[in-house]
Design a protein around this ligand. Structure first.
Ligand code: PMV
Length: 338
């Protein structure tokens, strides 16, 4: 039986945001969310179960990890070991080709790739939905990165926190321009930020009421192929999430984020279809139809403080690769993990 496997996964950016956790076990979101998986940024993770290891090891971007990152990886590996009935500890090597832990959704692609590689290395025959649930327990947004294109994650009362594809990557001819604002890791994790928001924000109740409505409208817009309506709702969702968090003192945006946001709005005033979204970090992501992407990219690159602009597009599902240099076999959402 093979004890080693390598998986690649892409980050995703939520168009309808998840912010807040439901009470109870399993890391289930308090609201439904809808994301787009992003080709152009990739996490590659190799898991090797090795009976000679005394404990799990995690090497991320060439650096041996201890403390919280290692504990979170070990928790996922423990679940896999329990189901596969194996004891061996694992050596995990992971690499992102984009800044880590700074709101570029590295936890999404990181836990999606780890979950898939670990299941495969342990010879667990789980389908994408089950691997996605495993990833969700570590990072809810990771549940969405198991799938390609536009992906929904249910949430709220009675929800199980299950991700499923809405439409494929080709459905909307769009680009997501990532304005990199820093190479540094963020200081407040998204989990801490949302728990603090839940406790302290005077607007959290309003967020819980509004987010499912925005999600439903956004999902319809995507199914109808209405790019402008989808983008408009995405910007609204991002601003509502950040306003809610900010009212609790949780601030992820920086001056660079706001400068990029005003450029996005200035471009809109000039007739371009440009909208903005941002997650738990300072990097603004500009949503734009492909036909307007070149101009938007050029203008965003000139915003003071923007280090560079990464052009991404709707991408494919997480997948197993035979060697780290492979581009990867597509991981069909209905196929088993083999
Ligand atoms: O799943 P986490 O802990 O990485 O939290 C993700 C939170 C946001 O990125 C801000 C929103 C989302 O839906 O991805």
């Amino acid at each position: 039986m093979s004890r080693v496997a390598t998986a690649i996964a892409h980050p995703n950016i939520a168009l309808a945001k998840y912010w807040g956790k439901r009470e109870g076990e399993g890391n289930v979101p308090a609201v439904p969310s809808l994301s787009v998986t992003l080709a152009g940024m990739t996490t590659t993770t190799t898991v090797r179960f090795d009976a000679s290891l005394a404990s799990d090891e995690l090497v991320l971007g060439g650096q041996k990890q201890v403390g919280r990152p290692l504990e979170r990886a070990s928790a996922l590996l423990d679940t896999v070991r329990a189901h596969a009935k194996i004891d061996a500890r694992a050596h995990v090597v992971s690499h992102n080709d984009f800044p880590t832990a700074s709101g570029l959704a590295s936890s999404a692609s990181g836990f999606a790739a780890l979950a898939l590689a670990a299941c495969r290395a342990a010879s667990l025959d789980w389908d994408a939905a089950r691997v996605s649930q495993l990833a969700r327990a570590s990072s809810a947004s990771a549940a969405r990165s198991l799938f390609g294109g536009f992906v929904a994650l249910d949430g709220g009362d009675g929800a199980l926190g299950v991700a499923s594809p809405v439409v494929g990557p080709e459905a909307l001819d769009v680009r997501v321009l990532v304005c990199v604002a820093t190479e540094r890791a963020k200081t407040t994790s998204s989990t801490d930020g949302m728990l603090f928001t839940q406790r302290e924000s005077p607007y959290y109740r309003a967020w819980l009421d509004e987010a499912p409505r925005t999600f439903a409208r956004l999902k319809s817009a995507i199914l109808e192929g209405d790019v402008r309506a989808a983008f408009e709702l995405a910007e609204k969702s991002a601003l509502a999430m950040h306003a809610c968090a900010m009212a609790a003192g949780v601030i992820y945006v920086s001056g660079v984020t706001l400068a990029a946001l005003s450029e996005v709005r200035a471009m809109r005033a000039d007739g371009l279809v440009t909208y903005a979204t941002m997650d738990a970090g300072p990097h603004l992501k500009c949503l734009v139809p492909t036909s307007h992407a070149d101009v938007a990219k050029e203008r965003l690159a000139r915003v003071p403080g923007v280090l560079r602009v990464l052009e991404t597009r709707p991408g494919d599902a997480a997948r197993i690769v035979e060697t780290p240099s492979d581009t990867g076999r597509a991981f069909d959402a209905s196929a088993e993990v083999r």
